[in-house]
Design a protein around this ligand. Structure first.
Ligand SMILES: [Zn+2]
Length: 228
């Protein structure tokens, strides 16, 4: 055993020297107590950094008006879902009902839980989705690249929100992109949250039956529709 002084706490401590080819190697720089304290401090700092990072990301993806939703003010059907719903088998949720029913607020509360559990989420509203479907074919390489990346993120995120489905009229391009997205996610059992002011019958009308039927079949099969 050798004894040395810890430069951190100035206490002396003993250790078993490791000798290699006649030279001492791996000489401890600090006493075991200080080493442990340093590791714990580093770990705590890293945890705090991760928490800060998650808040930073959340503030970027969640519009400010949805930051301080009071779950008690949600409709009774949505409250327990906002509070505790997690998909266990890839099945998602569809909130259908009139404007002002806090459908989007409830959906963001679910996204928030996923996000702070470390799972990647991506909210998307109908207007932006329509825009991406156009930008995907933009002449500008950066616009095109961003759109393709965002559409890809929608396919792979752990949970997505399609907000206000059928708010905009469906062009052929939007309908086909939406069908591809829903198809892709359901094949990988990745859940979808969606909200709409119109029910599946209305959706079918908005899409036309050739595009609408398979899409609605998928939504019905892979999301639990909650009317509010
Ligand atoms: Zn020490």
């Amino acid at each position: 055993m050798k004894t040395t002084t810890c430069p951190e706490c100035l206490e002396s401590f003993s250790y078993e020297p490791k000798i290699l080819f006649g030279h001492e190697v791996f000489t401890p720089a600090e006493c075991p107590g200080c080493v442990t304290a340093r590791h714990m401090a580093t770990e705590k700092a890293e945890q705090q950094q991760e928490i800060d990072r998650r808040f930073g990301v959340w503030n970027r993806i969640c519009p400010t008006i949805f930051h301080d939703t009071d779950p008690d003010r949600l409709p009774a059907e949505l409250r327990p879902l906002a509070d505790g719903w997690m998909s266990t088998d890839g099945t998602g949720l569809g909130f259908v009902g009139l404007t002002g029913k806090c459908k989007t607020r409830a959906a963001y509360l679910i996204l928030r839980r996923y996000h702070f559990d470390g799972l990647r989420v991506k909210p998307m509203n109908a207007t932006r989705f329509g825009q991406l479907c156009l930008e995907k074919f933009s002449d500008d390489a950066q616009t095109r690249g961003n759109a393709i990346q965002e559409l890809q993120d929608l396919k792979t995120a752990k949970l997505i929100l399609l907000d206000d489905v059928a708010k905009e009229r469906f062009t052929e391009r939007v309908a086909s992109e939406l069908f591809g997205l829903i198809n892709d996610r359901t094949e990988w059992k990745r859940p979808i949250l969606w909200t709409s002011n119109i029910d599946p019958a209305g959706l079918r009308q908005a899409l036309g039956s050739d595009k609408g039927d398979p899409l609605i079949r998928r939504l019905r099969e892979f999301t639990r529709i909650v009317k509010v």
